[in-house]
Ligand binder design. Structure first.
Ligand code: NDP
Length: 247
């Protein structure tokens, strides 16, 4: 276990894609710090598993849409570990409804969890990365940014916004050697897909040239590459990982 290793912050790391990223990057000897909103048991089990494998990890309950919670946690992390090598803005939710039926609350919940969190997390850690002269920021978008999905106007707004943020922020911070990129997954086999009814799921699968849902490892491997020396000249870009769904 090496707690002096470069550390990586992952929002929403207790389940799904975030969990896959935490596991893969821990195996690459990064010290992993992740947040979750409510799934304490999953977070503790993940940390135990990673530590048993000889790697280092810490999970924190922190609602990343809440400015106070983010600033309290980030201050503590910076005082203990210094600047993060990378931030993975992964936490996200869906609250689907046709726009004509969408409640104001459903709009605001998705905007604050998926998008305002990106501002809060980046804003709190960026000064440290700039001073360190190194850093890597990843935004977890979705193919919904490019391809229509009825009932997901709120979600699509957040995922498309990340692509714009990535381009502008990459230009703002490139001179400090901070790189900013977006990953846009297609259909990945996590709990987020549980609400899709079986017949609709089957139809969606038939639109994927590679003929299968993506795995969390498919996403984690791309992120591992972007953080590695292989990614050192890549910034301001969006990587679509969807088995060809948007081809
Ligand atoms: P899951 O629902 O499986 O996991 C979501 C994670 O985010 C959980 O760890 C959850 O914590 C955390 N989270 C949710 N809200 C908050 C919050 N306010 N503060 C802190 N953590 C929070 O989702 P996925 O793994 O499927 O999705 C991860 C990301 O990938 C999302 O941004 C999603 O939009 C994106 N994505 C997913 C796709 C898919 O097919 N699965 C496709 C394209 C993009 P807790 O367990 O405590 O609730």
């Amino acid at each position: 276990m090496n707690i002096n290793a470069p550390w990586v912050f992952v929002s929403g790391g207790s389940r799904g894609i975030g969990k896959g990223i935490v596991k893969m990057l821990a195996a690459q000897n990064y010290h992993m710090v992740f947040t979750y909103k409510s799934s304490i048991d999953e977070a503790q089990t993940l940390c135990q598993e990673i530590k048993q494998q000889g790697h280092s990890c810490e999970g924190h309950q922190c609602d990343v849409s809440n400015a106070k919670e983010v600033s309290t946690l980030s201050a503590e992390l910076i005082s203990r570990h210094g600047s993060p090598y990378a931030i993975i803005n992964n936490a996200g939710i869906t609250q689907d409804a046709l726009l004509i039926n969408m409640k104001e609350e459903e709009w605001h919940n998705v905007i604050s969890t998926n998008l305002s969190s990106v501002y809060l997390v980046n804003h709190t850690f960026l000064p440290e990365m700039i001073m360190a002269g190194e850093g890597c920021i990843i935004h977890m978008s979705s193919v919904t940014a490019f391809k229509a999905n009825s009932g997901q106007v709120n979600y699509a707004a957040t995922k498309a916004a990340m692509i714009g943020i990535t381009r502008s922020l990459a230009v703002e911070v490139g001179r400090f050697n901070v790189r900013v990129n977006t990953v846009a997954p297609g259909l990945i086999d996590t709990e987020m897909l549980n609400h899709i009814p079986a017949p609709h799921r089957k139809k969606l699968l038939s639109n994927i040239p590679l003929g299968r849902l993506g795995s969390v490892e498919d996403i984690a491997m791309t992120i591992n590459f972007l953080l590695s020396p292989g990614g050192r000249y890549i910034t301001g870009q969006t990587f679509v990982i969807d088995g060809g769904m948007t081809a």
